[in-house]
Design a protein around this ligand. Structure first.
Ligand SMILES: [Fe+2]
Ligand SMILES: [Fe+2]
Length: 274
């Protein structure tokens, strides 16, 4: 089966690019399942229900989140009626919404999606390793799900790589998100899990993490906030990870980073394995 993961959608330019490109990608590559990280979709901070529905209508099967999950306060309420919106699993007990979801792919396969937050240089949440471990023990690859995809939203590359090793052979893919800059280390790990340290963002790369550059530079220079961060509005690059999964094992056969449009060097066309 063919799976595509798109990195953090940042602001209007990121949304426009994803809404325009995703239906074409689904068609062109005959994708079975698509996951989009939506934690920065609303002006860079969180996601509204209207934006979530736009992403689902454009072809996302699941939308994952991160540290900005609840920046739009309405998400605390509407997430309960939106099963395709997945927030970090290791938030405190009682947090609205769910940290995993089991969904039907286009080819009929059952795909388990898990979102978790790292703890290095981030908030001190429950252990993401143990939280994910108990989910995939309850729903194992091939008996509980035909594919398992983990969006690990974390700052430190070490923590992301360690989770990749920890889950290698037990999930289809571990996709790093949050740093908004794509890394060049995508590969299939020795036991069959597709991995990338960070998939990047869908947004304007002439920016600081998708934001207009003036205020981030000001804050580093002066340490005095002058205004709110504003999403940068230049042409967006759609950045993601394509994964081909072996239907027999649920493990990855091949993976490749995708970059399309905007200022980054494009990677299209992707040559999928048969
Ligand atoms: Fe983000
Ligand atoms: Fe983040």
């Amino acid at each position: 089966m063919r799976l595509l993961f798109l990195g953090d959608v940042v602001g209007r330019t990121g949304r426009r690019a994803v809404l325009d490109t995703l239906p074409k990608l689904r068609e062109r590559y005959k994708l079975d399942f698509v996951i989009v990280n939506g934690e920065n979709a609303a002006g860079g901070f969180g996601i509204t229900e209207a934006i979530l529905e736009d992403l689902l209508d454009a072809g996302a099967d699941a939308v994952t989140l991160g540290n900005h999950a609840f920046d739009q306060k309405e998400a605390l309420v509407y997430i309960e009626r939106q099963p395709r919106l997945i927030r970090p699993l290791n938030f405190p007990k009682g947090t609205p919404g769910r940290g995993t979801g089991l969904f039907k792919a286009k080819n009929g396969a059952d795909v388990l999606v898990i979102n978790a937050l790292g703890r290095v240089f981030m908030a001190d949440l429950d252990c993401p390793f143990r939280a994910i471990d108990s989910e995939i023990t309850a729903c194992t690859l091939k008996t509980g799900a035909d594919a398992i995809l983990v969006d690990f939203h974390a700052e430190a590359t070490s923590e992301k790589q360690a989770l990749g090793v920890f889950l290698d052979g037990r999930v289809s893919a571990v996709v790093g998100t949050h740093t908004h800059s794509p890394t060049a280390d995508e590969r299939v790990l020795p036991n069959g899990t597709a991995f990338i340290s960070d998939v990047g963002m869908c947004g304007d790369y002439n920016s600081v993490l998708g934001m207009d550059t003036d205020e981030p530079v000001n804050r580093f220079l002066t340490r005095i906030p002058r205004e709110r961060f504003q999403p940068s509005d230049g042409p967006a690059t759609v950045t993601g990870l394509a994964i081909e999964i072996d239907d027999a094992t649920g493990l990855a056969m091949w993976t490749k980073g995708l970059r399309l449009g905007g200022v980054l060097e494009p990677t299209e066309p992707l040559v999928w394995v048969e």
